[in-house]
Design a protein around this ligand. Structure first.
Ligand SMILES: *Cc1c(COP(=O)(O)O)cnc(C)c1O
Length: 404
């Protein structure tokens, strides 16, 4: 067997450590990646095909090879953490049209750190007082639209600030007082709020209050990386480990120079602050930098077409079962990727969404899906490895047929 064919063969063998199946294979040089120690197996941890999406509970996304390479090469040397943040931050800032940027341990950490920077500025005494704002002269309130109320806003409360929810711009202007530190915006719910991005920034300018935006899950489109910096938000946060497929434990805080500089007083290597636990090391910083750079350079149209082709395959397979209807939609905001809903006539197919989820989860190979309802499920393909769409298509069709 030629080396190339052997590698091809290995990629088709489902289980790790299958070299024993091929006579003489063990004598060959350089074990292929499939023979690495399989720690998931050793620990008895189930791995699966991710047809659900970028969920933290499912470990987010798979890092691109070039990200893993960056991490690998970063692991071989020492450097000063601050120097690396300075230099990588400069490059990142230029890529996203921001005055400055810093790699954080995720978008959530970026929100806490950005606000902390606004509250304290470069005053070390104030840095050490957070999260206790009372009697310090620091501001202590953040204004947000009611429809933008999600779990992640807790990141802002970690500074000690109170969140004030408003609906209209009149209500917002009424709520502004000498304690108002920040006007925060959530992009994924932008269409549900009465106040849009430009007006939000303008209101901040009018009252001399900084504005921020959470775009954690908002690429694609790639232009969102700079759109909100260009628009004038004082700081912007995004996740590294969603569509960008950088380290899941990284993200970006980008924005005004003074805010980023002050935010860094709340980060490692410094302690005596609220952010010492939000640690990223050289590996995440380098991985995030490379992930971002390559994400911007990639052919997004081609990637989109790949997703369309893959999802069409699953749609065809599921749709060929009698009693099944399918539709592909693209969410307008957040996780913007083709999303397939498969629903079925409950009288013809005796299966609940939950039961289908369990069957796929406990089948071989294990598959995770998203959006489970009484008689429907939701699928995305952007976290699939090439070719896995065929397995997902086959398994879903199989289970739907079995339940007819
Ligand atoms: C995922 C997400 C976050 C948290 O991002 P991390 O990078 O995991 O910290 C915050 N806000 C929104 C809207 C998200 O989707």
């Amino acid at each position: 067997m030629q080396r190339r064919e052997l590698l091809k063969f290995f990629s088709l063998v489902p289980m790790a450590g299958s070299a024993a199946l091929i006579p003489g294979a063990a004598a060959m040089a350089a074990p292929p990646p499939g023979r690495r120690r399989n720690l998931f197996k050793e620990l008895g941890v189930r791995t699966f095909i991710n047809a659900a999406g970028t969920y933290t509970a499912m470990t987010g996304s798979l890092m691109h090879d070039y990200v893993v390479d960056a991490i690998r090469s970063g692991a071989d040397e020492f450097c000063y953490l601050d120097e690396l943040q300075d230099k990588a931050g400069e490059k990142i800032a230029a890529l996203v049209h921001a005055e400055a940027a810093v790699v954080t341990s995720g978008a959530f950490a970026g929100m806490t750190l950005g606000l902390a920077g606004i509250l304290t500025g470069m005053d070390q005494r104030k840095v050490e007082q957070l999260p206790h704002l009372e009697g310090t002269g620091m501001k202590s309130e953040v204004i947000i639209q009611k429809s933008h109320n999600i779990v992640y806003n807790h990141a802002l409360k970690n500074t000690g600030c109170k969140l004030i929810y408003v609906e209209s711009s009149a209500e917002l202007e009424n709520a502004i007082n000498e304690k108002t530190a920040l006007l925060h915006f959530l992009n994924i719910e932008a269409d549900k709020g009465k106040i849009q991005h430009e007006e939000w920034v303008a209101l901040g300018r009018k009252h001399h209050i900084p504005t921020s935006i959470d775009i954690a899950a908002d690429v694609p489109p790639v232009s969102n990386l700079w759109k909100f910096n260009d628009m004038g938000f004082s700081f912007v946060v995004i996740s590294g480990g969603k569509a960008i497929r950088g380290p899941q434990s990284a993200g970006l805080l980008m924005g005004k120079k003074e805010i980023i500089a002050a935010a860094r007083l709340h980060m490692p290597p410094r302690g005596f602050n609220i952010g010492r636990g939000f640690k990223v090391n050289k590996e995440e910083i380098l991985g995030m930098y490379v992930a971002l750079e390559k994400y911007i350079q990639r052919d997004h149209d081609k990637e989109w077409k790949r997703w369309e082709t893959a999802i069409a395959k699953i749609e065809q397979a599921a749709g060929s079962v009698n009693g099944v209807t399918t539709s592909i939609t693209i969410p307008p905001l957040g996780n913007v990727t083709p999303t397939l809903e498969i629903s079925w006539d409950a009288t013809a197919i005796k299966l609940t969404g939950k039961e289908l989820q369990e069957k796929l989860r406990h089948g071989r190979p294990s598959i995770e899906i998203g959006g489970v309802k009484d008689n429907s499920i939701t699928i995305t393909v952007w976290m699939l490895k090439p070719g896995q769409e065929k397995i997902v298509a086959r398994r879903i069709r199989e289970e739907l047929m079995n339940a007819r």
